[in-house]
Ligand binder design. Structure first.
Ligand SMILES: [Zn+2]
Ligand SMILES: [Zn+2]
Length: 243
């Protein structure tokens, strides 16, 4: 199973794009602002994407949905219909939040439009789409919004994706039994993100058979002590991983 890194930075990173991934060529893990040009760079049309998983409403995670959907409309006007319908999943209220971002434009179909299936999920819920089984786990990010981590089971394995979160039991349960855990490291910022010390603790707590890939960090602010940690890989923009 292939994983393409569309960005590895956090909102205020120096020199890295905002964190996002394309899993198995068809599942987007978050949709940061640069998603569309980076899909083009990979020669992946939006119609190849079955499922967009949005961890939470912060703009470094949903800022690319607008142009992704505009390209969807543009491509469909010019070419054949999708054969694989698109689903977008996120916490409760994610469609309303996107409506605020996109405005009244028809590029964001209404919630009941059959062109897009919406899964507004609470922590502890699960759903299936296009052969992907997705478990949603409530993460500990910001007090005023819902944030989800996702466990995605595909024929090639299980990938867990933290979105934004602080360290704790929710993250450990998200990681349990996963082949790969993609975990954020917001650095030494406020509550609701992880520090490099948390990454060390996470590595020690999670089964050694689970690969750990760190994302959502500032590449110019990685302390020397956090480089070369055993069993910890740092995601890099445009890198491809085999899971
Ligand atoms: Zn973020
Ligand atoms: Zn956030």
């Amino acid at each position: 199973m292939r994983l393409d890194c569309l960005g590895s930075g956090f909102a205020f990173s120096h020199g890295a794009y905002w964190s996002g991934f394309l899993l198995d060529g068809r599942v987007l893990l978050d949709c940061p602002p640069q998603t569309l040009p980076h899909l083009f760079r990979l020669d992946v049309p939006t119609s190849a994407v079955d499922l967009v998983l949005l961890s939470h409403e912060h703009s470094d995670h949903i800022g690319g949905v607008d142009l992704f959907l505009l390209e969807e409309r543009r491509a469909h006007d010019a070419a054949a219909e999708r054969t694989n319908p698109l689903a977008i999943a996120g916490p409760p209220g994610i469609h309303d939040r996107l409506r605020e971002v996109v405005g009244t434009s028809s590029r964001l179909p209404d919630r009941d439009d059959p062109r897009i299936a919406w899964f507004e999920q609470r922590g502890g819920s699960a759903f299936e789409w296009a052969g992907a089984q997705v478990e949603c786990v409530a993460m500990d990010h910001a007090p005023d919004i819902d944030a989800l981590g996702f466990r995605v089971r595909l024929p090639g394995g299980v990938v867990a994706y933290s979105g934004d979160t602080g360290y704790g039991e929710a993250l450990l349960s998200l990681a349990e039994g996963a082949d790969l855990l993609i975990a954020e490291c917001g650095g030494d910022r406020e509550h609701g993100h992880m520090t490099w010390d948390h990454i060390r603790a996470l590595r020690a707590a999670v089964d050694p058979s689970t690969r750990l890939l760190v994302t959502h960090y500032d590449p110019l602010a990685v302390p020397d002590s956090a480089r070369g940690l055993d069993g910890v890989e740092l995601a890099e923009d445009f890198a491809t991983y085999e899971v």
